[in-house]
Design a protein around this ligand. Sequence first.
Ligand SMILES: [Zn+2]
Length: 285
Amino acid sequence: MENSILILKKLKKINLIILLILSNITLANISIENTPIPGGIAVVDFQSNHSNPKAFYSAVPVYTQHIKDQHWQALIGIPLLAKVGEKYITIKGFSTKKITFTVHQHDYKEQHITLTGKKKKYVSPNLKHMNRIKREHPILSKTRKLFSKKLLFNGRFIRPVKGVITSPFGLKRFYNGQPRRSHTGLDFSGNIGTLIHAPANGKVILIGHFFFNGNTVFIDHGQGLISVYIHMNKHLVKQGQLVKQGDKIGTIGQTGRATGPHLHWGVYLNQTAVNPNLLLSEILH
Ligand SMILES: [Zn+2]
């Protein structure tokens, strides 16, 4: 009798361990909608017997997740400037294979911004500013290129601030009539000093003050999924610090190329700016 109770207890323990392992696998996955448009995320399914297959898009490693048995998924960030049509990813496991997917047309709106007075330097930077931009460029691009192994992830992002969205993702921008890079993030309005929270667990990989971005924080969420917070007033985290979802990371400001106090929130996947809305459980307008 005692023996059977012991076996039962052991079985319960094994069940609990299996449940814990399973829940960890589920936690590590991001369930997002397939949005194969420029600035979107293509969700591409593939089969592999390998325990850790790798996927690449234009030679850049992409986020992969295990769904069930041999079923895997790649999450591919599509550049805003990508041409529509058929694309492919390369899967490397026990063998190498190509999986194709199609990028569809999407038209983003135009936005015209006027910068006056001191802020004019952000449209026509002088030599000193140009040198600073050149110096900062490799630091920022190196940070966006980081690809670390999977960190603890909770499946969905929460919004970093409560403010309303003043500029959506993807707007074709014109500064004082001159075409510039499209808007690569979401802008939230907010008063200077409003707290900004980490949308998901991650590691702070860069803190700095940059010409265009002003006070900036980058967070690595693993496998090339990186989020960035710019124009901040203050940052409340240190480089290398691990953050949990909801932790305070800084406050809203107006530093760098900002016409008013707001948070610009950007999300990168495989070195590509994607619409942060796609990672939130609610779509923000
Ligand atoms: Zn912005």
